[in-house]
Design a binder for this molecule. Structure first.
Ligand code: PDD
Length: 285
């Protein structure tokens, strides 16, 4: 049984809970972060905390505590759970109030954290490719804010699983792929150019995405941040998808189109190896 953190208390996860009038529950008036944990350490902690602070700021939700205090609680939660490999989920809602649309000012935010155990990142196992499907992007116009308002992603991923795929890549009205339901989308063109969509309000600026771009730049790999269409993705040499949970995962089939040989290609293998060294070197290149 794992231990959760809820508003200052460490509790058995099964009996931990929040108020039924929490605005996170009533309105999805809440933001979150998922931190990967490798060898007992939070991967890209600073990047995730910066994004959390930005999400809170964009929605005028009070930070639940100082950054310093938050990092102490996160470490304590890893300790009490003896968590070396897995992830830490952190959610901040605006707080508890009688159900009414206008957001009340000066509520005490609700802070919840849980952990999930996973295997260590394995660069060989990570080469196993996955299939993705494409489906319409039904989300709102501020996908850059990491809110818990995830219903469109839930429906897209459910459709993916029903169609035998691991992820859904989302298509905007012009036929461009924005990102995955819970990951950022990447292709490698026939000219060996790495492409991922530029960040704006239509996608979440993934922290793994940011790290992969940094590793690409440091290792002289050519990349471009721009929108790419479904047609371009289907004609790609390779593709992959990134998030804090899956890290880097090759995509070998998009809808009914197999990419290349149907296995992890050389470019993607290089990215996996760079990411693996990054983790092993304590999150520096
Ligand atoms: N999701 N895009 C979306 C829509 C996401 O939900 C996520 C992550 C990402 C990748 O972001 P990052 O590299 O910072 O994890 C991109 C998390 C893992 C989740 O909701 O479980």
């Amino acid at each position: 049984m794992s231990t959760a953190y809820v508003n200052g208390r460490y509790l058995p996860k099964a009996s931990a809970g929040v108020h039924i009038e929490d605005r996170g529950f009533q309105f999805a008036d809440a933001v979150y972060e998922v931190f990967a944990v490798q060898d007992g350490r939070l991967v890209d902690e600073d990047g995730h905390l910066q994004r959390l602070e930005r999400s809170l700021d964009e929605l005028s939700i009070q930070p639940p505590m100082s950054r310093k205090a938050l990092t102490l609680v996160m470490r304590q939660l890893l300790r009490v759970n003896h968590l070396r490999y897995g992830s830490l989920y952190l959610q901040v809602s605006r707080g508890v109030a009688p159900r009414d649309f206008p957001a009340p000012q000066n509520l005490t935010p609700t802070l919840v954290m849980t952990v999930t155990r996973q295997k260590a990142f394995d660069a060989v196992a990570a080469r196993k490719g996955v299939n993705v499907i494409t489906t319409h992007d039904l989300r709102w116009k501020r996908c850059d804010i990491k809110t818990v308002q995830l219903l469109a992603g839930v429906l897209a991923k459910t459709e993916a699983v029903a169609r035998g795929a691991a992820e859904a890549w989302l298509l905007d009205d012009k036929g461009f792929i924005t990102e995955g339901s819970a990951s950022n989308a990447w292709i490698i063109t026939q000219n060996d150019e790495l492409i991922t969509r530029h960040t704006d309000h239509a996608i979440l600026g993934g922290i793994t995405r940011q790290t992969v771009l940094k590793l690409a730049a440091e290792n002289g790999l050519k990349y471009e941040e721009r929108a790419f269409s479904l047609a371009e993705a289907l004609a790609a040499r390779e593709a992959f998808t990134t998030s804090s949970i899956i890290m880097v995962r090759p995509v070998v089939k998009i809808d009914d189109t197999q990419l290349g040989s149907g296995e992890c290609g050389p470019f993607c293998r290089t990215i996996i190896e760079l990411y693996d060294s990054y983790l092993k070197n304590g999150f520096s290149a």
